[in-house]
Design a binder for this molecule. Sequence first.
Ligand code: NI
Length: 134
Amino acid sequence: MSDLYRFGISLDRELIEAFDRHIKAQGYQSRSEALRDLIREELLRKTRMEGGLVAGAIVMTYDHHKRELVNRLIDIQHDFHDLIISTQHVHLDHENCLEVVAVKGNAPEIEKLSSALKVLVGVKHLDLSLSSAD
Ligand code: NI
């Protein structure tokens, strides 16, 4: 278990009241937990900007009836095979597919993969969610 470090911070009343309303609406039990998440998010943002190691998922839906789309999706995933841990495919209905691509690697490369998939005609929605990999 890691050591806990306690510190005090000074904030304007207006700012802390707005923060408390915000974290209460989100369901946080304490300011500490909300601050931990904010700090983690900021550190992850820095990791992404500096091209560090991240892990996450690309979630996308697409119309598999679009000509050539499925082949393009597979070709692109093979081009980036070193970043892809696994792919889960779900047939949502007669025409729509959901794919969840688990990824791990350096942030700019993963963003390149995500963009290459997102711009294809027939991809209806794509979301990239990343976490720190360490
Ligand atoms: Ni399908």
